[in-house]
Design a protein around this ligand. Structure first.
Ligand code: C5P
Ligand code: C5P
Ligand code: ZN
Length: 488
């Protein structure tokens, strides 16, 4: 057995122990409470647990949280549940959890970097415990899926949600934008179950049925200013490139284009992106592995697993997370219709803020080691996370992480979202560590992954916090460079 296989085996063993705990509580008639995070990965994880618990005949409730803090833990400490299951959250806040919940039965199914000591009555399943990279190789939904599969083989039909969660967390960072690591086994489960097909193509949302100009406008990862969110301009680009948009009365979709037309379309977009000053990697990231969910209707946003993740993010960020959970638990009726409307609203909101930033470039400041997006009261704190994810690849220096923040109305706190590209990670940057220690210093809460982290900080500390983060990034970068210089 290779070292990697050993790590995966240990992870699966830990998943099966967690499954035993769930089974015991359900058999004893206990009430289970699932606490999950409001982004796509968290909602997918909650959906997986919901279906798995349903199948067991469990009594359970699901709650979605924007983040973990003392307030949430206080609510849990007085709750009636016999078992609390955290999905896609928990590992980064073991201290807060143990203060409020030690002695209680708690399962943490997470992929964030663990911080603090695990109390005795807690069981944690987390890839980091076994040397597996949780920021890239397994998502929160992925961990939940491994536990669900261990509970009941039938739960293999939830594997597609593991794929959606991983794509929602942008874990498609392997060759050709594919998922790697433990995610590969989940992709395999979903493919073998006839739920998923993986092909190489242009990564446009709705490539099977959506008119090409709409597919271009709907594609926001990568975000190409002047194309993303812009149907009219996308239509104009197609016409410049001599790509027919209609066959008679019928709009053509990406799948109707010949190889040569696709090639022309890609070069056209790449040239356009370069003319806007974007790095060549941005356009290149438009080609790669498409994850198609074969059981979903081709004209819905659920058909493409990346767009599915976007829809879930939309429900979470726009305050409609119940819709996201319902969809992950199988609702394809009223909830999906409603979620479609929320998705449209979310797209418009994101485009509005990105355009606002393009018109107000002074809101993006370059410090010694980081970029700062001063969202202030102008960008809604609920979407600052999405905005930071989207603009990071478009910033000129890929070695400088980005810290974006917005004021949370009526709370005197700021919501911080930090993102780093892989060149920064390779040089030693770990945003989860930095945001955790900077938050402790400035009376906030923070943490996350090396590539993506967040924090909640008193507004009066915003300036000092950012300055401190800039210093910490500088320290990590210089240490990392030394490591590379040492040849170790
Ligand atoms: O809490 P959770 O792990 O699910 O959230 C990770 C967040 O970080 C997601 O919102 C995802 O979009 C973001 N992310 C990112 N860039 C990466 C990895 C994750 O923006 N390379
Ligand atoms: O909120 P945002 O998407 O920027 O969060 C990025 C990552 O940092 C997510 O994985 C999230 O769970 C984590 N995070 C955290 N503590 C916070 C805010 C975010 O661990 N207070
Ligand atoms: Zn996650």
């Amino acid at each position: 057995m290779t070292a990697k296989e050993g790590q995966v085996k240990a992870l699966l063993k830990s998943s099966s122990e967690a499954a035993d705990v769930i089974r015991e509580h359900v058999e004893a008639g206990g009430l289970v409470r699932v606490e999950s995070h409001l982004d796509a990965d968290g909602l997918a994880a909650a959906g997986i647990m919901g279906v798995a618990l349903n199948r067991l005949g469990a009594r359970f409730v699901i709650r979605i949280e924007r983040w973990l803090d003392e307030q949430v833990v206080k609510g849990l400490s007085t709750g009636r549940q016999d078992l609390t299951i955290f999905t896609d959250m928990g590992s980064g806040y073991l201290d807060i959890l143990s203060d409020g919940l030690s002695g209680k039965d708690v399962l943490i199914l997470d992929h964030h970097q663990p911080v603090g000591e695990l109390p005795e009555s807690f069981i944690q399943v987390n890839p980091h415990m076994f040397g597996i990279d949780g920021s890239r190789d397994l998502s929160g939904a992925g961990v939940a899926y491994l536990v669900a599969k261990s509970l009941d083989e039938r739960n293999v039909d939830l594997s597609y949600l593991g794929v959606v969660g991983a794509l929602g967390d942008l874990q498609d960072k392997n060759e050709g934008r594919s998922l790697g690591g433990v995610n590969t086994t989940i992709v395999k489960d979903a493919t073998e179950a006839g739920l998923l097909e993986v092909e190489q193509d242009l990564l446009l949302f709705g490539r099977e049925t959506r008119p090409i100009h709409k597919a271009l406008a709907y594609t926001t990862s990568p975000f190409i200013p002047g194309i993303s969110g812009e149907e009219d301009k996308s239509l104009a680009l197609l016409s410049t490139l001599g790509i027919k948009t209609k066959d008679g009365d019928r709009w053509r979709a990406l799948r109707d284009l010949s190889k040569d037309e696709k090639r022309r379309l890609f070069s056209g977009i790449a040239e356009y992106a370069a003319s806007k000053g974007l790095r060549s990697e941005v356009a290149i990231s438009l080609i790669g592995a498409v994850y198609t969910l074969k059981r979903e209707e081709p004209w819905t946003p659920l058909r493409d697993a990346r767009e599915f993740a976007m829809l879930l993010n939309a429900t979470g960020r726009m305050g409609k997370n119940g819709l996201g959970v319902a969809i992950c638990m199988g609702d394809r009726g009223r909830c999906l219709q409603e979620a479609n409307r929320v998705l449209e609203e979310y797209r418009l909101t994101i485009t509005k803020y990105l355009n606002w930033l393009a018109e107000n470039p002074d809101r993006i400041e370059e410090l010694n080691n980081i970029y700062v997006v001063h969202g202030g009261t102008s960008i809604d704190e609920k979407v600052i996370s999405t905005i930071s994810t989207m603009i990071l690849p478009n910033l000129p220096n890929p070695e400088k992480p980005l810290i974006a923040y917005s004021l949370i109305p009526e709370e005197d706190y700021i919501k911080v979202s930090a993102r780093a590209s892989y060149p920064a990670i390779e040089k030693g940057v770990n945003l989860g560590e930095i945001l955790h220690s900077a938050s402790e210093r400035f009376s906030g809460e923070g943490g996350g992954h090396d590539v993506a982290a967040g924090a909640y900080i008193p507004a009066r500390e915003a300036e000092s916090f950012i300055k401190y983060v800039d210093d910490l990034v500088g320290r990590q970068l210089s240490k990392g460079e030394k490591r590379i210089g040492d040849g170790s």
